[in-house]
Each structure stands twice: as structure tokens, then as C-alpha cells.
Design a protein around this ligand. Structure first.
Ligand code: B12
Length: 212
């Protein structure tokens, strides 16, 4: 996997979207890397490395934007290689990135994995207001609200959403699951979320367990 991480980082540095997608497809088609394995053990660590470089001011915002475009292009191609389960009626999930936060690479990966694992997904996108999550879940009779946060400044809006659900008497009718870089399992429990997932695979296992 080291080689693919290296190729991905070089492609980001050169802004080479095509090269990055080709490298990812080679990993899956020629080296038999499972697409999920590629997401979790190549794409995610490469993004973490870029985040660290950004913190050290070795790269800047435009570089992260290129990284975002590349990650999205790879996700779109690799999704086509994932096996879907036949049963596509396991439950309805309203997902989005919470208020003030535009990060969506990980959220889309989670949505994609839940989708191919048989859940109906309503993706509200990014910068989603707490009441939009709640109103959509109510209208669609969703089983789960799934919220993503990558910024410590956007996390409080997740707890706000849960507080609103409690105040509106809806907390027992919809489960809340959360994830994203700054969130921990302890924090999730503290604010009253029903589930936390560290990555897309854990997200699927956790949702399966919650709804079984
Ligand atoms: C790419 C990126 C961007 C891109 C985003 C493009 C996009 N379309 O998403 C752009 C350039 C837009 C960007 C902007 C900013 N960013 Co930025 N960004 C990143 C970077 C490098 C990668 C994020 C990523 O995609 N990771 C890969 C995916 C696969 O991982 P993931 O998102 O964590 O998701 C996985 C899990 O967390 C989990 N998961 C995620 N969501 C959910 C939801 C549920 C329900 C569950 C169960 C699980 C789950 O499963 C996913 C799959 O495994 C991170 C660094 C990092 N270490 O994360 C910084 C980072 C998140 N950004 C950061 C910052 C500061 C910013 C800016 C404020 C910079 C600025 N000065 O403007 C802006 C904020 C803009 C905004 N309002 O949102 C900081 C945040 C620090 C903090 N803790 O608050 C980080 C950590 C970089 C750093 N080290 O400083 N960024």
C-alpha cells in the first residue's frame, strides 16, 4: 500500500487527477486491492499526511482543495467496483456534514458504504443546519440521522441537534450516529449519540448493529 500512498501524494502535488485515478484503479484491478481497503489504508492516510503538512504550513489551502477533488474522483471510480448487497431495504438514513463545515470526502465514503450495504441514503450535503437534519428525518420517517464533523468548531452543532431532538420528543424515534476527525467515541456518548464510527467500515457495522 505504501507505493500507492506515495503515488497518490505525488499526484496531489502535481495536481494530476487523471494520474491519481489511474493509480487507484491499478491498485484495485492489477494488484487486487479491495476498494474499501484502498479507501481506508491509502486514501485516508494520504489525506491525514496532507492535513499534517497543512498544519506545519508546508502546503496551503489550494493544495488541500486539489486533494479534495482527487479524493472525490477516486471515490467515484472505486464505488463502481464495490459489490452491493441485494437487500436494499434495511433502513433509511439522513446523512450530512454539520453546520459550518464543508468537508465531505469522508461523509461521502460513509454514505456510499451504507448505500451499497442496503440502506436508503438521503444525503443533505455539507453545512447542514441542525433543524434541516431533524425536519428531513421527520418528513422521511428516517431510522437514522448520521452527522459528520471535521472541524472542532462544527462539533457543537452536533450536540445542539441532539438537544433539539430531545426537546422535541423525537430522540426515541430516530437514532443518531456521528463520526469525523475530531470526534471520539467518548464524546459521542457524552452528547447522547447512539453510535460512533471511526471509519466507513465501522459505520456500516455500527448501523447494522443499531438497526438489527
Ligand atoms: C481535504 C481537506 C480539506 C478540503 C475539503 C474538501 C472536501 N470536499 O471535503 C478543503 C480544502 C475544502 C478544506 C478546508 C478547510 N479545512 Co480541511 N482538511 C482536509 C484534510 C486534509 C482531509 C480531510 C479528509 O477528507 N480526510 C479523508 C477522509 C476519508 O477521512 P474523514 O473525513 O476523517 O472521514 C472518515 C472518518 O472520519 C469517518 N467519518 C467521517 N464522517 C463520518 C460520519 C459518520 C456518521 C460516521 C459514522 C463516520 C464518519 O469515516 C470516514 C471514512 O473513513 C483534513 C486533514 C485530516 N487529517 O483530516 C483537513 C482538516 C480537517 N481541515 C482543517 C481546517 C482547519 C480547514 C479550514 C478551516 C482551513 C482554512 N483555514 O480555511 C477549512 C474549513 C472549510 C470549512 N468551512 O469546512 C483542519 C481541522 C482542524 C480541526 N480539528 O478543527 C484539518 C484537520 C487539517 C489540519 N491538520 O489542520 N479542508
Amino acid at each position: 500500500m505504501e507505493q500507492f500512498i506515495k503515488e497518490l501524494l505525488v499526484a496531489v502535488e502535481e495536481g494530476d487527477i487523471e494520474g491519481a485515478v489511474k493509480s487507484a484503479l491499478d491498485a484495485v484491478e492489477k494488484s487486487n486491492v479491495d476498494p474499501l481497503d484502498y479507501f481506508e489504508n491509502c486514501l485516508a492516510p494520504a489525506m491525514n499526511e496532507l492535513g499534517d503538512q497543512f498544519s506545519r504550513m508546508e502546503i496551503f489551502l489550494p493544495d488541500l482543495m486539489v486533494a479534495g477533488e482527487i479524493a472525490d474522483a477516486i471515490r467515484e471510480e472505486l464505488v463502481k467496483k464495490l459489490d452491493s448487497v441485494q437487500d436494499s431495504n434495511k433502513g433509511k438514513i439522513v446523512i450530512g456534514t454539520i453546520s459550518g463545515d464543508n468537508h465531505d470526502i469522508g461523509k461521502k465514503m460513509v454514505a456510499t458504504m451504507l448505500g451499497v450495504n442496503g440502506y436508503e441514503i438521503i444525503d443533505l450535503g455539507t453545512d447542514v443546519d441542525p433543524m434541516d437534519f431533524i425536519n428531513t428525518a421527520k418528513k422521511e420517517k428516517a431510522d437514522i440521522i448520521a452527522m459528520s464533523s471535521l472541524l472542532s468548531t462544527s462539533m457543537p452543532f452536533i450536540s445542539e441537534t441532539i438537544e433539539y431532538l430531545v426537546a422535541m420528543g423525537l430522540k426515541d424515534s430516530v437514532k443518531v450516529v456521528v463520526g469525523g476527525g475530531p470526534i471520539s467515541a467518548d464524546w459521542a456518548q457524552e452528547v447522547g449519540a447512539d453510535g460512533y464510527g471511526h471509519d466507513a467500515k465501522q459505520a456500516v457495522d455500527m448501523v447494522n448493529a443499531l438497526l438489527s
